[in-house]
Design a protein. Structure first.
Length: 191
């Protein structure tokens, strides 16, 4: 592993970010939950609305293709994990009206019941112009090296990549609404 994170600042244009949000409006939203199977509905830890974009949705083929390509580039240049799968993309909304947030967590379900796969890489795509909201800072924890520039990763269209086992959080949104995509690349179980 060459580093603990990387990003492609402003990779998606503001127009593409707006297109993704507009297309996603036809997908029903739901209260976000935590854990494999969504068995934890603790709103003190996570408050957000989510929509699930499926890999077989033709309206989003361009998005899956580009995120897959960027994931492969980031993995080749930084992480060198064995990744094999990308099944869906989660669009998350964090609104100030309900103090949207997601406290410290990691994205690997160690005891997931799947005999073959674990999440390996997490990709966050910032969809909202940072002038449209306050708060909502993305944070990483327990890094051995440098931390990413918070303003750079808030830039609309930025694609941020890190190992799924790294603890992270989204601080409460205090004004406006923040939208982002969360993408997980799976691979053979960690050993």
């Amino acid at each position: 592993m060459k580093g603990e994170w990387c990003y492609f600042q402003g990779h998606f244009s503001p127009e593409t970010c707006e297109r993704i949000l507009a297309l996603a409006q036809r997908i029903p939203d739901q209260q976000a939950v935590m854990g494999k199977g969504g068995d934890n509905k603790d709103l003190s830890h996570r408050r957000s609305r989510v929509r699930f974009i499926q890999v077989n949705d033709p309206d989003f083929q361009f998005l899956f293709d580009e995120v897959w390509r960027l994931g492969l580039v980031a993995n080749r240049d930084w992480f060198n994990f064995h990744i094999t799968n990308l099944s869906y993309i989660q669009l998350a909304e964090y609104d100030a009206s309900y103090e949207g947030k997601y406290d410290r967590h990691h994205d690997v379900f160690w005891m997931n019941g799947d005999p073959h796969y674990h999440r390996k890489l997490t990709v966050i795509v910032q969809l909202t112009d940072p002038a449209e909201y306050d708060g909502g800072d993305f944070e990483l924890y327990d890094l051995g090296g440098a931390y990413p520039d918070k303003q750079a990763i808030r830039t609309q269209g930025t694609v941020f990549v890190f190992p799924s086992f790294v603890p992270h959080a989204l601080r409460p949104v205090t004004r406006g609404r923040r939208h982002s995509l969360a993408v997980w690349f799976d691979g053979p179980k960690w050993r």
